[in-house]
Ligand binder design. Structure first.
Ligand SMILES: Nc1ncnc2c1ncn2[C@@H]1O[C@H](COP(=O)(O)OP(=O)(O)OP(=O)(O)O)[C@@H](O)[C@H]1O
Length: 255
């Protein structure tokens, strides 16, 4: 087994007065692709948000690349794709501007050099959006927005990719592009933690599934076969996101 890239031990977290994570153990080793599954409200998003420091933990320990999270500073090693939101995004920006924001952590004092601009172009190529580089993100479909968010995460050439429901509300063509992009990343050695509500087209890539139920780990092992997570006991997921083909969603791209 390779060394742990993400390690959560006994992690508890409350949101408001509600205990949302009730003692989670989760380890992702270098090179692994782990799917975090579970019903709506089981704590999947909260778990990944504790990993990247967006949700404080009440107790337990989190390590990133073997370093306690509170001392971890090397955020350029991690690409994060947040859960899509239907809330209005606000700031007008081009596709290149959004993807460039993902490269900032690799620059010195925010100054873009040739290599940085090339990395941004390459990230856009990877998700098949190079021809939309100058477009305003408001002009994109939901699936294209998601490709841009993934390009933003790839722009820093991360060793670890954390994605919260990357396929949610994404049209079939974009799903195929994203699955292929992810496959290439995994082949190149990137470690991946994905929140999913079903395995879908990513199923062949998944090494291990961790299923949450009411803030606890219910299963940690081989992914449920072929049928996806819907076959698991206790599954009652109603997906909250807009269907494919709906009006372009605003994703809060710059937040
Ligand atoms: N800011 C908040 N304040 C209070 N409760 C919250 C907050 N955010 C989330 N919750 C609650 O915490 C629980 C876990 O939410 P979380 O988003 O982690 O679940 P999830 O498994 O990712 O669900 P989904 O599949 O719907 O995205 C839910 O019951 C949710 O209502």
């Amino acid at each position: 087994m390779t060394e742990p890239v993400i390690s959560l031990r006994g992690v508890r977290a409350d949101l408001g007065s509600r205990p949302v994570l009730r003692g989670i153990d989760l380890t992702v080793h270098r090179g692994e692709v782990v799917a975090l599954l579970g019903a709506n409200g089981s704590g999947k998003s909260t778990a990944v948000r504790t990993v990247i420091g967006q949700v404080p933990i009440g107790s337990g320990e989190i390590e990133l690349f073997g370093t306690p999270r509170r001392r971890f500073r090397d955020w350029a090693r991690i690409g994060y794709v947040p859960q899509r939101t239907t809330a209005a995004g606000g700031v007008p920006a081009t596709v290149t501007e959004v993807v460039s924001s993902g490269r900032l952590s690799r620059t010195r004092f925010g100054v873009f050099r040739k290599g940085d601009r090339e990395a941004v172009r390459h990230a856009l190529d990877l998700v098949g959006m190079a021809d939309r580089a100058k477009d305003n993100v408001d002009a994109l479909s939901g699936g294209q927005h998601q490709r841009v968010l993934i390009a933003r995460a790839l722009a820093c050439e991360p060793e670890l990719l954390i994605m919260d429901e990357p396929m949610a509300g994404v049209d079939l063509a974009s799903q195929e592009v994203l699955a292929q992009t992810l496959k290439n990343q995994v082949a190149a050695g990137t470690t991946v933690l994905l929140v999913l509500h079903e395995l879908g087209p990513l199923e062949p890539l998944i090494d291990r599934a961790v299923v949450l139920r009411d803030g606890c780990v219910q299963h940690d092992g081989p992914p449920p076969k072929a049928v996806g997570q819907h076959a698991l006991p206790g599954h009652d997921h109603v997906h909250p996101h807009a269907p494919a083909g709906a009006e372009p969603m605003r994703t809060g791209l710059l937040s």
